[in-house]
Design a protein around this ligand. Sequence first.
Ligand SMILES: Nc1ncnc2c1ncn2[C@@H]1O[C@H](COP(=O)(O)OP(=O)(O)OP(=O)(O)O)[C@@H](O)[C@H]1O
Ligand SMILES: [Mg+2]
Length: 503
Amino acid sequence: MIHPAVELDGIWKRFPGVVANAGAGLTVRPGTVHAVLGENGAGKTTLMNCLAGVYRPDEGHIRLDGQEIRFSAPSDALSAGIGMVHQEFRLVPTFTVAENVVLGAAPTFIDTSQIEQQVGVLADRFGFEAEPDRPVWQLSMGERQRVEILKALWRDARVLILDEPTAVLTPQEAVELGEVLRRMVEDGRSVIFISHKLDEVVSFCDEATVLRGGETVAASIPVADVDAAELARLMVGDTKVEGVPIAVAMPGDPALVIKNLSVRDARGLLAVDDVSLEVRSGEIVGIAGVAGNGQRALTDAVAGLESVESGTVTVMQADVTDAPPQQRFAAGLAYVPEDRLGVGLAPKLPVTENAVMREYRKLRRGPILNWASARSFMERIVKEFEVKIGKREAPLAGLSGGNLQRLLLGRELSGKPDVVVASQPTRGLDVAGVGAIQRLLVQQRDEGTGVLMVSEDLDELLALADRILVMNEGRVVGEFDAREATRIEIGEAMMGSAAGADT
Ligand SMILES: Nc1ncnc2c1ncn2[C@@H]1O[C@H](COP(=O)(O)OP(=O)(O)OP(=O)(O)O)[C@@H](O)[C@H]1O
Ligand SMILES: [Mg+2]
């Protein structure tokens, strides 16, 4: 009899005030890609952390190839053949690709060119494009993820866990990842794949297990037998997912004005190259583009997190080009960064402190924070944005990925901003969460907020935006009316062919 590659059976994991896993189970057959699905906070990451030796379950059994095992550290799981790529990467930016791959697993001293060559061979075997001698800080998110996967393969992981790997990938990179995963399972390995994007699950995965409230509600469903809608129903139960009703925009005066803006990146290259654009009150302007074409430098520069080489940024007629972030917020700007934990939230502080960070000045008297109002402010956000938190005194780092995002969005949007700059606002959210955030952005627009929204999801931009600008190599290369534009036209502009462009 062939044993399952992985069997998790009756896994319980409790945190103060929360039961993250309540008897969850998972069975993964060797040579398959197995999806683990569920709403934000359903317990997916926790269950995988139990399998990867990050947490020790309170109760339950873990069997690999039929053998019961117990891990007390991630290194135990690694030696047993289990590798996990976490939602937040754990690489050393100043080290090269090859150095990161072998870090902690190089048997003795080997010379650099030898490791680089070996890492190159490994990458080729799985169909990765990798440049082993490049420092990691120069790499895109997609490239960094490949380094994480190579790290696991270098240690000969038989089971690879990927926690929302495609959240940081462009659609093209996601397809490539799918191909790499197929190659890994053909090689006899198993992959556990967490994603909120059900169309990916349908195209990459063999079987799916669905968690709800820490329990397994559907186990090992053959994916060939179901469609994305059926999977969504299993995840959320019978609750209906509402669509986003959109009225015609009634734009007012310019709220955010960017003129001839240029920004250099860490490498000294022009990441934003002479961009001019306007967002009026009451409209949503979408920025489309393949990741890495200057979107991030643009939004960071507007938020005051990146210095400007030339040009101006004006928020509600106040020139904030050189103003510190606080002053921009005071002028009416709200910012939802792509990197939620880097600049958006402070992982070591409790939920309440994170929730009030923006309102801090209003909620304090002298240097003393008014705790009662801070708490009620936090509780309002938690209720309105349906953030699932455990103990409010616990550090924020305990929140699930999607719940972190809800908290951040809630905090930024609840201050009645005049301008919202949002990067990938729905990334990492479950189906219901995506709908809730989209409705919120549209509602803000209808109340007169100007919204600048960066997204790699073209369908999302077409559904929500009034106008769509396309960025390519740091420049705005096209502008489209979102009601009339087609995916093809926008896609062509994204690839750099001129369409309505001023090139
Ligand atoms: N270290 C921790 N301390 C306290 N609570 C935690 C911790 N880790 C997870 N939790 C809680 O356990 C529950 C499950 O979280 P988990 O991260 O497993 O969800 P998830 O299914 O991965 O969600 P998402 O799709 O949002 O990433 C959540 O309520 C979360 O707040
Ligand atoms: Mg998670």
